[in-house]
Design a protein. Structure first.
Lengths: 413, 479
């Protein structure tokens, strides 16, 4: 591409565009430019220049998950959304907030907490994540069991398409069924359909109180029962009328005892937590605390990271499959969604081998494994997806020139 | 064309599944919104997903549009048939295929009624949360198409939050499963609420919810709607998320009283129904707080058991039908405003009502700003219907002005397609069309609904390449 013409294009937009450096690479693919738009209109202007010159774009927020997914087929422009960092409107009386995509989740939480409210999404990283990145990656945290995931709390979205079109759907009211819900489509789309520029969320009042019940159970084959204790407890917790918000497993290296931490929040949290702990059993409950355990809900190591989804009634089989695999398991026993982390990098061959073996065992257990992050392109990331042909058609309509994060998503979308 | 298609349908479906008798066809000429009517070209009563797929593929072969219909209770004309098309009725597909309590879900066919799911699991202490007021009759397939809500969606969300997977027949006639657990785009999220324009659900996996330990329903009577509104604000401000907060004004109370003798406190300018549910300890404390908040009410009734609860809900649930007692004709409107705008919007509705000489009874989901104004008129009076429509439309404009929506739960259908451009820009609507074109490039699946004038797929705005065959044959409009 004639760089001079592109440079003139940037100049016309008035957007700050700098030459990319080695730190700007996405999975090893270096962009040529980094664009820093400050408004939705500027995002649109940048994308129009990209369309004119057939430049491929990878949108980025805080960059905490930018190394997830396959490398882009090409990347000319890194679209850094950090300057769209305004909380547009917090209508506390309506329990609704409208924010630009570059607002960090910490900044948002702090602003909402001032009014006694929260966006009930748990974040896998303690700092740096943005609203846009949180939506684009749509990672589920512990409390998804009670509040749902990002798509359930998103009520409106403004996106910019590859040709610069600015479009919105939904709005700033919770109850709204007018038109298609583009927000759902863009949530979890990893930047492959367009750029998320602004979002509106439904909020919740901050819980009056919180308690964490910390328990330890044996892994499946030690106790020799089927279903294992963790599964029995998960079934009880999921049906409990004390209504816990989360029940998280933590199983370092997939061996030894399994930590099970239950969150109870809201009015009368202490009373309800004590009742629940009583039903869990004194042999497993170690503590009831009013602070979260260390690293609650966080991803600790995402060099090699997989997500496993399963019916909660298959928990014993999933634990069996992970046992002695070397992967650490963290995640929800009640939602049937856990992360597997490989701590320390044993090298490409071993990672590929370990992932392949584990996927085989998890498939047999009726679970589905998706590799979210790995430095090795040879690792099979996704299992079969029945609706892939429809997904390709959606991609083709939204981004016919394949300029938006090409190749970053399922099936090479 | 339709005759040949009808023959072909008879070849692939059981004999009693294809209706072409003009008298029987008229049974299906409208859904719950009776002032839009069209006699379907042909009706098929399907029993399996394979049959749906076969019918849709035949429609493709003949380039004939099709419309899916469940129980026909929709209030926006979403299941309005096409005279030149096939109406695919799913009401024979009413088997509950699986109830899986350990994983809290049920797999059902689309014709299963909303309430039937709850009835199947109630004894085990579970229920299906979305509860549209037609839940005794309305089908899950229709709920999925419309993303139905209900009185309790304030706390528990809508159909889309309670559907885990759908097997669908795509507008091409392929059988595909959209599963929330699949990696990739959230096609399920896009499908739910697409009003039959992206395909037909043939199997739905719903999430079951555990029944709450305690439920307390409170009826608070206020002298004015403003006082009631202040109580609602105070409840939200106190950090309480009730399962439901409903409000009725004096006129709708009068109607409910005439219809079902609900015995709401006499002289009330507004009644508020607040339902708290959850763990007993939580409900107990929230109720104490609620009593303080409602101290301005001149009467407070508390229901502690199901009968008393039913008594409180009776007036509210009958409100739509009840206005028939006080008015010969009426329009049920459905619009949304940010909750905090309610007082201003209600005052504006009063002003409109006075200006046009048309009475408006207000029933609404106060917790989420979803208004259901009942616009009353006498259809025997010349011009009254037009004035009522003008008021009804002006209320939607108010909703848009205040940053709300033209529909909170009834859907756009044919009824509100013309309002879409007031709420959304051309770019917004064109972008939504991209989804439509990905699923339904030929525009055969429930055409004419949701969007005012669909742009044909494959057409670039402003570029004309001769007349499209669909336009030529009068089946589509181009702009």
């Amino acid at each position: 591409m004639p760089a001079q013409e592109v440079a003139q294009g940037w100049a016309r937009t008035g957007v700050t565009v700098r030459d990319a450096g080695p730190d700007d690479a996405v999975c090893g693919v270096s962009p040529r430019w980094v664009a820093l738009p400050e408004t939705v209109e500027e995002v649109s202007a940048v994308l129009r220049v990209c369309a004119e010159h057939d430049l491929a774009v990878v949108p980025a927020g805080g960059g905490t998950k930018l190394h997830w997914g396959p490398a882009p087929e090409r990347c000319d422009v890194l679209l850094d959304m950090c300057c769209l960092n305004e909380i547009v409107e917090h209508a506390a009386g309506d329990l609704v907030v409208r924010v630009q995509a570059g607002v960090t989740m910490e900044a948002l939480s702090a602003a909402l907490a001032d009014k006694g409210q929260e966006l009930a999404l748990d974040l896998p990283f303690a700092e740096g994540t943005t609203v846009g990145g949180t939506l684009a990656a749509a990672v589920a945290g512990p409390r998804a069991f009670r509040y749902g995931t990002a798509r359930d709390l998103l009520i409106g979205i403004t996106v910019v398409l590859a040709d610069g079109t600015v479009a919105k759907s939904g709005g700033k009211v919770v109850k709204n069924v007018a038109g298609y819900d583009l927000g759902k489509l863009f949530t979890g789309s990893f930047g492959t359909l367009g750029v998320i520029a602004e979002a509106a969320f439904r909020l919740h009042p901050l819980p009056a109180d919180r308690r964490w019940i910390v328990a330890v159970v044996d892994p499946p084959d030690v106790s020799g029962t089927d279903p294992c204790r963790a599964e029995e407890l998960a079934a009880m917790l999921a049906a409990a009328q004390e209504e816990p918000s989360a029940a998280e497993l933590d199983w370092p290296h997939g061996q030894g005892p399994i930590w099970l931490t239950v969150l109870v929040e809201g009015t009368a949290a202490d009373e309800r937590a004590r009742a629940l702990a009583g039903r869990m059993g004194a042999d497993v409950v170690k503590d009831i605390r009013d602070e979260p355990p260390p690293q609650w809900g966080l991803i600790l190591d995402d060099d090699v990271l997989a997500e496993v989804r399963f019916d909660p009634s298959r928990l014993t089989r999933v634990l069996d499959a992970v046992h002695y695999s070397g992967f650490s398991l963290r995640g929800s026993a009640v939602s049937g969604r856990v992360w597997l982390e490989l701590w320390g990098d044993p090298g490409e061959e071993k990672v590929t081998e370990a992932v392949t073996a584990l996927r085989g065992r998890l498939d047999a257990a009726g679970a589905r494994m998706t590799v979210l992050a790995t430095p090795y392109e040879g690792v099979q990331r996704w299992g079969p997806v029945g609706s892939l042909p429809l997904m390709r058609r959606v991609k083709q309509r939204f981004d016919p020139g394949r300029r938006m994060s090409p190749g970053r998503f399922v099936g090479g979308i | 064309m339709l005759d040949t298609l009808t023959e072909a349908l008879r070849d692939v479906l059981p004999a009693d599944s294809v209706i072409s008798d003009p008298v029987r066809l008229r049974t299906y000429e409208c859904d719950g919104l009776t002032y839009h009517r069209a006699t379907p070209g042909v009706v098929v009563l399907v029993e399996t997903a394979e049959q749906v797929a076969r019918v849709v593929r035949l429609c493709n072969d003949f380039a004939v549009p099709f419309v899916a219909r469940g129980s026909g209770t929709g209030l926006s004309g979403g299941a309005l048939p096409r005279e030149d098309g096939v109406l695919i009725v799913t009401s024979r597909m009413r088997r509950i295929l699986e109830v899986d309590l350990p994983n809290r879900r049920a797999v059902v066919e689309p014709g299963v009624t909303n309430l039937a799911i709850t009835q199947a699991v109630r004894e085990q202490g579970y229920y299906y949360a979305p509860d549209p007021s037609s839940q005794q009759i309305c089908s899950i397939g229709g709920n999925v198409a419309e993303n139905s809500g209900g009185a309790h969606c304030l706390k528990y969300g809508f159909t889309v939050n309670h559907v885990e997977a759908c097997e669908i027949v795509t507008p091409d006639g392929d059988l595909v499963t959209l599963d929330r657990m699949d990696p990739g785009y959230d096609l399920l999220g896009a499908f739910v609420g697409s009003e039959g324009t992206l395909g037909i659900a043939t199997k739905v996996t719903v999430r079951l919810s555990r029944a709450p330990e305690a439920v307390t329903t409170v009826l608070a009577a206020f002298e004015s709607i403003e006082q009631g509104g202040r109580a609602v604000s105070a409840i939200i401000g106190a950090g309480i998320v009730p399962a439901a907060i409903e409000m009725m004004d004096a006129l709708s109370i009068e109607a409910a009283e005439a219809a079902v003798a609900c015995a709401y406190p006499a002289g009330a300018g507004a009644v508020l129904i607040v339902e708290l549910d959850g763990p007993a300890a939580e409900v107990e404390r929230q109720f104490a707080r609620l009593e303080e908040i409602c101290s301005g009410a001149f009467e407070l009734r508390v229901a502690a058991d199901p009968e008393e609860r039913a008594a409180i809900w009776k007036g509210r649930k009958s409100a739509f039908a009840a206005v028939g007692r006080i008015s010969p004709a009426y329009i049920v409107q459905d619009g949304v405003v940010p909750r905090t705008s309610l007082p201003r919007v209600l005052a504006e509705i009063d002003r409109l009502s006075a200006e046009y000489g048309i009475k408006v009874a207000n029933v609404f989901h106060a917790g989420d700003g979803n208004l259901h104004p009942l616009v009353l008129f006498d259809d025997a009076e010349p011009g009254a219907g037009e004035r009522a429509e003008a008021v009804s439309g002006a209320i939607l404009d108010l909703c848009i002005e205040h940053g709300g929506s033209i529909t909170g739960e009834h859907g756009v259908g044919v009824d509100k397609a013309k309002y879409m451009p007031r709420m959304f820009s051309e770019e917004d609507l064109d972008t939504m069309q991209l989804v439509r074109c990905a699923f339904d490039p030929r525009g055969l699946s429930n055409p004419g609904k949701v969007f005012p004038t669909p742009r044909l797929c494959g057409e670039v705005p402003g570029v004309r390449k001769g007349v499209h065959p669909l336009v030529e044959s009068g089946r589509a409009e181009q702009f």
